[in-house]
Write a protein that binds this ligand. Structure first.
Ligand code: MN
Length: 232
């Protein structure tokens, strides 16, 4: 039986970003169940895995900071739904894969916090993250040996895409950072005491559509590992 993967997304779908996620799940053998912040009750026990997708910024009320003027596309209903689902999935040890905003939700859901705007808040010179726009930039990440990400990809250095102006600052309880950029931004985070809980700051659902074979393989490996974990 194909594992059911809950896929959280914003309520008003106006672009093809959702399709990238659902296609990636289907390609790897999963069955996506899209979860919108529309007030409907969601029972995490009906899911075999949870995919927290990319999107707008998380409201700073959820991590005890003041509103930053650079915040964009904030949706408190979505924040609430994803934080609640993430906590429930962790509690039940259901596999969770977080992408971009998703890694940030994981951190906030477990007591961590964020840099709300890298260009204005990051204490070091963020050389890898100065360009932020609609077009993905690229940078290398340095992956911790023996981490889940290292085991899945077989890589210790990988080039990935980058399209974010926020990043995890304080990690949530139980998480370890397992990949960083040269400017030390957290690009991957894992929860070693759970079966499969992995967040990445980049976009593997877009990497699998790339012409670059290494990009494509890195993205495919991540989705396959997640769906495999959700199948157990
Ligand atoms: Mn990045």
């Amino acid at each position: 039986m194909r594992p059911i993967i809950g896929v959280t997304f914003k309520k008003d779908v106006v672009d093809n970003h959702l399709n990238n996620y659902t296609k990636a799940i289907e390609q790897s053998g999963g069955e996506p169940a899209v979860l919108f912040p529309d007030g409907a009750t969601v029972d995490i026990a009906e899911m075999n895995g949870l995919l927290l997708t990319g999107g707008g910024d998380i409201h700073p009320d959820f991590f005890g900071k003041k509103w930053h003027p650079a915040l964009k596309f904030v949706d408190k209903a979505r924040d609430e739904l994803e934080i609640q689902l993430c906590r429930q999935a962790l509690e039940a040890d259901i596999p969770v894969f977080g992408i971009c905003r998703g890694i940030q939700v994981m951190s906030v859901a477990t007591g961590g916090n964020l840099y709300q705007d890298i260009p204005s808040e990051y204490p070091q010179k963020a050389g890898c993250h100065t360009q932020v726009g609609r077009v993905d930039s690229r940078h290398d990440i340095f992956i911790k040996p023996d981490s889940l990400l290292n085991q899945i990809t077989g890589e210790s250095v990988a080039e990935v895409n980058s399209a974010h102006h926020q990043a995890v600052n304080k990690k949530g309880a139980g998480f370890v950072a397992t990949a960083r950029t040269a400017d030390n931004i957290i690009e991957a985070m894992e929860h070693p005491s759970k079966r499969f809980v992995l967040g990445v700051q980049y976009h593997p659902e877009r990497m699998i559509n790339s012409k670059d074979p290494e990009f494509r393989q890195h993205g495919l490996n991540l989705f396959e590992a997640f769906i495999n974990a959700a199948s157990c």
